[in-house]
Design a protein around this ligand. Sequence first.
Ligand code: HEC
Length: 199
Amino acid sequence: MSKTPWWADENVWRKTAIWVTALMLVALILLTFDSVAKITAGSDRVPAYSVINHRIYYKMDNDRNMQVPVIGGQAPLFGTVLSEEQAQAMVSKGKMTVQAKNCMNCHTLLGNGAYYAPDLTKAWLDQGWGAEAVREQLMVNFLLDPEANARGYGTTRKMPDLDITEEEARAIIAFLKWMSAIDTNGFPRNFKPIAQEGE
Ligand code: HEC
């Protein structure tokens, strides 16, 4: 009677399965820590919340062949310089409002959401706001009454009035400004940024 070859032995495969699972578990844990470090505000690609005190614009990076956000000099949102804690509270309120009002039902943020309405990931830098000097006020007006202040993106779609208070609108804008400073590897593609002052 012939002996079972080693590779057909059940024990060998049982041990292999256990080792592979254990190794993958370690890899998963390491990758989780690595990802968390990369998505935490204040890291290389995701700036600290106080970035909303600065001017943010987009620049073509020829090495990476994509547009990347650049953090410029002081340009406080609504004219008030905020501490890191105040900025975090404001951005966080904006994010909570965006979640509570389910903006993702129509919009996409950082790759999540729907494509009925424009992608909001870089909305702060959108050409549609015309000029940097009037952008903040136009955004507040738009969020408070989107139908009256609709600008149209080549479609006849309109954003409904979502009963947003002025404080919520300002917080949403802080959230959008912070999000526009995140280096998203050129996402969304073919985005047309607002003309930069002095260009
Ligand atoms: C029912 C769908 C719908 C929902 C929900 C919705 N929007 Fe919109 N939104 C639109 C449409 C459609 C437009 C384009 C309007 C236009 O062109 O006038 C738009 C445009 C915008 C713009 C301008 C986009 C740009 O690129 O400058 C912003 C900012 C915006 N929405 C923010 C929000 C926020 C914040 C929420 C949640 C509080 C939200 N929207 C919820 C449909 C929606």
